[in-house]
Design a protein around this ligand. Structure first.
Ligand code: CDP
Ligand code: CDP
Length: 673
């Protein structure tokens, strides 16, 4: 018996940072490019799924040094500048199409190598011949255990290390072409041409863009032949952030359409001009009524103004058609979804599956499921909205949605079920086999649940090196809160005041300098940084010995504290407008002066010796005892543990333990049951 999951409608607006996994296509391309680069690359926001783990393991087998941290979402790759350390090896690629194709072309770079390659039964049936035939023209041969030429897995790859003028038939899969494009720059004079057309053009564009990001842009000549005008090993970008998966993001673009008028969801790192073709869904959603704002490196989705219906061609981003189709029953007008014939041969016949399940909810669709069954060439779907029809079905109890082992069916109907159709929170949709989301998004339903949250404000105070910043930063990232380090505000002001030759003993000089300052904020990741006259002061500047020596003296002045107070309080609105689930602010007077009404106030302490050791192990020259004394004895907003604050002595606790304790305190306030 497959289990099922009853979807609980949202009775409060969805809010918070959507926990979207990294893109698989980008993660696997980045692994190959980083391995072929000179120097080390840190991939952040990477996807850890079956397919990416296979590629990581294969690269290790080939002698590459790779350190991965699944909790942090990072992979550290030691590039070998185009060399492949192991000249022999045995690789198993499972059913990972990208790993299978990318590794085969990658190995062709090995001089006189011999590799035994295999995959799952399903992989053995998947197309490889276009790639293998192409490589054969450059003396890299695949043959079977019997020594005959091989056209598919398993095979033994005998490599030459050369790449000449290649021609590839990539009609079966664009990955066959992408695999070759990525190795082109490593051999001067190499080129690739397609013998016909390929499907999924956006993925070829993704490959081209990523080659350029790793320092080796490709060009195409008048015959359509790709080559690298400036060949060589890839150049490591040092840190390479993987974009969140754009298809997975579509569910969280859709969620604010169905969860009340103050919904606000943040898609961290989502960029419309990014590498993934499925970001085109954002444009369709906007035409439909979505309120999506792109700010900095992220997108913020507010409640949709409308659900307009309309006529859309989903051919180039068809994985997202299911997301729109499940909103369509709530629209004001019918929705037509066109050009999705190829989705009838994916995880399931998606067009038929969608029509059948919408029908099950009482929704009228054209063609009908029967017509679709009879004619497999039909390629579009019209959905006629009717709340009355949905209500009539819902009143009989929750409808069980069949998911056909298709993760996208489960996720899109999960969004529709989040709509409070009956107005009293009664569930009306049940998802069968919810664990089928594991293919691309194992924690989808947890990510959905995490957006059922209330806006919280968390104040953290404590002495120097008591662990405020590192703790607050980790909590912010885990719970989707905006982090504000007010110590950095005072340090930034100190940089400016020192530049203006102001002295803490000369109030007039301080006032004069402050009058010239203009403050602003810029979001970097989960932290809001203070802009002084349009600029963020660097870490080196704000933590210099001069600033360490002077910051507490300036911070003790009421004129300085009053100057910054409203700015600090305004961070609450910034966090709200930016879709965060709350704000976590740390400093010396947050629970007592800046946010005395905070949802939760925490006071961190650790004994002086532990704190001195922490600072010195960071290599900072900083007299924290002296600073603490100044901070706690000053008259204006001294460092105190405010009444009612939770005191946590972390002298003997690890960072992870403090973080866990604080998250446990926040959770009941944050989550709406
Ligand atoms: O990182 P560390 O704890 O050493 O210091 P910080 O948080 O960067 O703060 C630097 C200085 O700014 C503190 O020593 C205080 O003098 C001042 N500060 C303050 O007065 N009030 C705050 N809310 C935060 C910092
Ligand atoms: O912001 P604040 O000055 O209060 O301290 P911090 O910069 O967050 O922490 C100072 C150092 O102590 C960092 O290197 C932390 O990783 C470390 N730390 C620790 O070892 N154990 C803790 N429980 C908290 C912080």
């Amino acid at each position: 018996m497959t289990e099922s999951l009853l979807i609980k409608p949202f009775r409060t607006p969805a809010r918070g940072v959507a926990q979207i996994p990294g893109s698989k296509s980008i993660t696997n391309r980045a692994l190959i490019l980083a391995a072929l680069a000179e120097g080390e690359t840190l991939l952040t926001g990477a996807l850890f799924s079956r397919d990416t783990k296979i590629l990581i393991q294969s690269l290790r087998t080939l002698g590459f040094k790779i350190l991965d941290d699944e909790v942090a979402g990072t992979i550290r790759v030691q590039g070998m500048a185009g060399n492949i350390p192991a000249k022999e090896g045995s690789l198993h690629v499972g059913n990972a199409g990208t790993a299978a194709r990318f590794l085969t072309a990658f190995l062709a770079l090995s001089h006189q190598g011999k590799y035994a390659m295999d995959g799952d039964v399903a992989m053995r049936a998947r197309p490889m011949s276009g790639l293998l035939n192409s490589l054969a023209s450059s003396q890299t041969f695949a043959y079977t255990a019997e020594g005959k030429p091989a056209q598919a897995f398993p095979f033994i790859l005998q490599t030459s290390g050369q790449l000449k003028d290649l021609t590839v038939d990539a009609s079966a899969s664009s990955q066959l072409l992408s695999a070759l494009l990525m190795v082109l720059p490593l051999r001067a004079g190499a080129s690739v041409k397609m013998s016909g057309e390929t499907v999924s053009e956006p993925f070829v564009v993704m490959t081209e863009k990523m080659c350029a990001q790793f320092g080796r842009p490709l060009s195409r000549d008048t015959q359509g032949r790709w080559f690298c005008p400036n060949p060589g090993a890839y150049l490591s970008p040092k840190i390479y952030p993987i974009e969140p998966d754009a298809t997975a993001a579509s569910y969280f673009i859709a969620l604010p359409a169905v969860t009340g008028k103050d919904a606000c969801v943040r898609l961290q790192g989502y960029q419309p001009q990014g590498l993934q073709g499925d970001t085109a869904f954002a444009e369709v959603a906007k035409q439909y009524g979505a309120d999506i704002r792109f700010e900095g490196d992220s997108a913020i989705v507010h409640s949709w103004s409308d659900l307009r219906g309309g006529d859309f061609d989903f051919n180039q981003f068809s994985d997202t058609f299911l997301t729109l189709a499940t909103l369509a029953p709530l629209a004001n007008k019918p929705t037509v979804i066109r050009q999705i014939a190829h989705t009838r041969k994916q995880e399931t016949d998606r067009l038929l599956a969608m029509a059948t399940e919408l029908n099950r909810l009482g929704v009228k669709v054209e063609p009908s499921p029967e017509a679709l069954q009879a004619d497999t060439s039909l390629s579009s779907l019209t959905i006629y909205p009717s709340r009355e029809a949905l209500l009539k079905t819902a009143k009989k109890g929750p409808t069980s949605i069949h998911t056909y082992e298709d993760h996208r069916m489960a996720m899109s109907f999960g969004i529709l079920g989040s709509y409070d159709l009956l107005g009293d929170g009664t569930p009306w949709i049940k998802i069968e086999d919810p664990s089928c989301t594991g293919k691309t998004f194992p924690r989808f339903f947890e990510a959905l649940e995490a957006l059922r949250s209330r806006f919280v404000t968390i104040a953290i105070d404590g002495g120097a090196a008591s662990g405020k910043s590192s703790t607050a930063r980790a909590v912010a990232q885990h719970l989707g809160l905006m982090h504000v380090d007010t110590g950095a505000h005072y340090r930034t002001l100190t940089v400016g005041l020192l530049k203006a030759n102001a002295l803490p003993t000369n109030i007039a000089s301080v006032e004069k300098a402050l009058a010239q300052f203009k403050l602003g904020s810029a979001l970097r990741g989960f932290s809001s940084h203070c802009l002084l006259n349009g600029k963020i002061a660097s870490e080196a500047e704000i933590r210099s010995p001069e600033v360490n020596a002077m910051v507490s003296a300036f911070a003790a002045l009421p004129v300085v504290r009053n100057y910054i107070l409203n700015y600090q309080r305004s961070q609450v609105e910034l966090a709200q407008a930016s879709g965060f689930a709350g704000l976590i602010m740390e400093g010396r007077d947050i629970g007592s002066v800046v946010l005395p009404q905070a949802t939760l106030r925490i006071f961190l302490e650790a004994d002086a010796e532990a704190r001195r050791l922490r600072r010195s192990s960071e290599g900072q020259s900083d007299s924290i005892v002296q600073r603490d004394l100044l901070d706690s004895t000053r008259t204006a907003a001294p460092l105190i543990c405010p009444q009612g604050a939770v005191r946590i002595d972390n002298t003997k606790l690890s960072l992870a333990e403090v973080v866990q304790e604080i998250e446990g305190l926040i959770a009941p306030a944050l989550h709406v049951s």
